[in-house]
Design a protein around this ligand. Structure first.
Ligand SMILES: [Zn+2]
Length: 407
C-alpha cells in the first residue's frame, strides 16, 4: 500500500507546541492504522519524525490504549523490532442516522469493526420525538458497553439552513428548520455530537475503512433518500463555507424537467437519480414494496421498471461524473449508499461510455468510477466514522509530521 504524502503546510502550526504534539499523535496513529502493524523505526521513516519523538508518542498512545504491541517482527540481525497496531479495545464510537421513517445506530471499535447495530422505526421526525429517541438509545448503548466512548456522530439529510430548502420535501426532515441540531442532540445525550450530512459522512467512512483508504482525493456520489456528494480533498472532507458543499441533488440536469418538491425548482438531479425517484417510479407502476430487500429481489428478477430507472439514472449521472471530474479533478468517483450492490453496479455499467473529461487519461491507476460501500447501515457507519476520523487522522491535511518541535 502506498501512503500519499502531499503538501507541507504543516509549518504554520509549528508555532504552537500543544497543537503540534496532538497533530503528531494523529500522524503516528494514522500511519500505523493504514499499515496494519509497524515498528518504531519504520514509523519514524514514514513520518519523518525523530526516533526519540516516535518512541515518546508510541509510548503515550500505548498508555492511552489507542495502540498496542503485537509482538516482534522476525528480521535478520539483532533484536527484532516490536510491532504496534491500533488497539480495537481502545474505545468505541457511536453513529446514528436519522431518516424519514427510521433511526439506525451503529457502534464501531477503534479498528472499525462493527460492535452493535440497531434499526428503530420512527413514527415522527419532529425534534422532541427524535431527541427523546436519541437520548434513550445512547444511554442504552453506554450501559451495554464497557469501552470508552470516543465520540458520537449523527447524520441527517442536508442541506442545513438554506432558506426554502430545509423544512419541506420528501428527502429532508420536517420540523428541524432553524434548530441547531448538533447542540440539541448533544444536550439530549450529554455528549458532544458531530453532525454531518449523510453524503460527507459516507465519504469519511470510505476514507477510513473502504475504497478510499489509499485514495486521498475522491468524490462520493451517495444514494440516501435523495442523492448527495461527499468530497474528500487531500484526505479530509471538503464542506464548503456553510457545510453544504456537494448538494448535487438540486443541481438542475433537465431544464423545464420535473418539479422538485424540496427546492421548488425544476429538473433537479434528485428527481431522476435518487432512491426517492426510484420509489415513485415503482409505485406509479403499482409496485408498493420498495424496501432494501424488495429492491434486491426486483433486480434479480430483471424488473423492467427498475431496469428503466437504472438507465435513466445513469443517463443523468454520467454527465455529472464528467462535470465533477472537470471541476475537482479527483483520483476517482465512488458510488455508494442505501442501494443494493447490484443496482449500483448496474448504474456504473450503464454510465459507460462516460463523457470525455479531464479524467479521460489513458494511463489511470484507478477506474473513473468505483462502487463503494452499500447497504442500509452505510449512513450510520459513516456517522460512527466521523468522531473516529477526528481521533485517528491528522487534522491538517498532510501526512507529514511537524518536525523541529520539542518532544
Ligand atoms: Zn431540487
Amino acid at each position: 500500500m502506498t501512503i500519499q504524502i502531499t503538501g507541507s503546510h504543516s509549518v504554520a502550526i509549528g508555532k504552537n507546541p500543544e497543537r503540534s504534539r496532538e497533530h503528531n499523535r494523529r500522524v503516528v496513529l494514522d500511519v500505523v492504522r493504514r499499515h496494519g502493524t509497524l515498528g518504531r523505526s519504520h514509523i519514524a521513516r514514514i513520518t519523518q519524525l525523530t526516533p526519540q519523538a516516535v518512541a515518546n508518542i508510541v509510548d503515550e498512545l500505548v498508555g492511552d490504549e489507542l495502540l498496542m504491541e503485537t509482538g516482534r517482527l522476525k528480521s535478520g540481525r539483532g533484536q527484532p523490532p516490536v510491532q504496534f497496531a491500533v488497539n480495537p479495545k481502545g474505545g468505541i464510537t457511536i453513529g446514528v442516522e436519522f431518516a424519514a421513517d427510521h433511526m439506525v445506530t451503529a457502534v464501531l471499535d477503534l479498528a472499525g469493526s462493527l460492535q452493535a447495530k440497531r434499526l428503530i422505526p420512527l413514527k415522527e421526525t419532529a425534534p422532541d420525538h427524535i431527541l427523546a429517541a436519541f437520548a434513550a438509545e445512547i444511554s442504552a448503548l453506554k450501559q451495554s458497553s464497557k469501552a470508552k466512548l470516543l465520540g458520537i456522530g449523527v447524520v441527517m439529510p442536508g442541506p442545513f439552513d438554506v432558506d426554502g430548502m430545509t423544512s419541506v420535501g420528501p428527502t429532508t426532515l420536517p420540523g428541524w428548520a432553524g434548530i441547531d441540531a448538533a447542540a440539541a442532540l448533544g444536550e439530549a445525550c450529554g455528549h458532544s455530537v458531530v453532525l454531518e450530512n449523510d453524503a460527507t459522512a459516507a465519504a469519511v467512512g470510505e476514507r477510513l475503512f473502504g475504497a478510499g483508504l489509499a485514495i486521498s482525493n475522491f468524490c462520493m456520489i451517495y444514494f440516501g433518500v435523495g442523492v448527495g456528494l461527499g468530497i474528500i480533498q487531500d484526505g479530509t472532507p471538503y464542506r464548503g463555507a456553510f457545510g453544504n458543499a456537494g448538494e448535487i441533488g438540486h443541481v438542475m440536469v433537465a431544464p423545464k424537467g420535473r418539479s422538485c418538491p424540496s427546492c421548488g425548482q425544476r429538473g433537479c438531479l434528485e428527481g431522476y437519480a435518487s432512491l426517492y425517484a426510484l420509489k415513485q417510479k415503482l409505485e406509479a407502476a403499482g409496485i408498493m414494496e420498495t424496501e432494501f430487500s424488495d429492491l434486491e429481489a426486483l433486480h434479480s428478477s430483471n424488473n423492467p421498471v427498475l431496469m428503466d430507472w437504472i438507465d435513466d439514472a445513469a443517463s443523468y449521472l454520467g454527465p455529472m461524473v464528467a462535470m465533477l471530474e472537470n471541476i475537482l479533478d479527483p483520483q476517482t468517483i465512488i458510488l455508494g449508499g442505501a442501494l443494493p450492490d447490484a443496482i449500483i453496479d448496474g448504474i456504473i455499467v450503464r454510465m459507460s461510455p462516460l463523457p470525455t473529461s479531464v479524467a479521460s487519461r489513458r494511463q489511470r491507476e484507478l477506474p473513473r468510477v468505483l462502487r463503494g460501500k452499500t447497504g442500509q447501515l452505510i449512513a450510520a457507519l459513516g456517522a460512527a466514522a466521523l468522531p473516529l476520523f477526528d481521533v485517528v487522522t491528522p487534522k491538517l491535511e498532510t501526512s507529514l509530521a511537524v518536525s523541529g518541535i520539542p518532544d
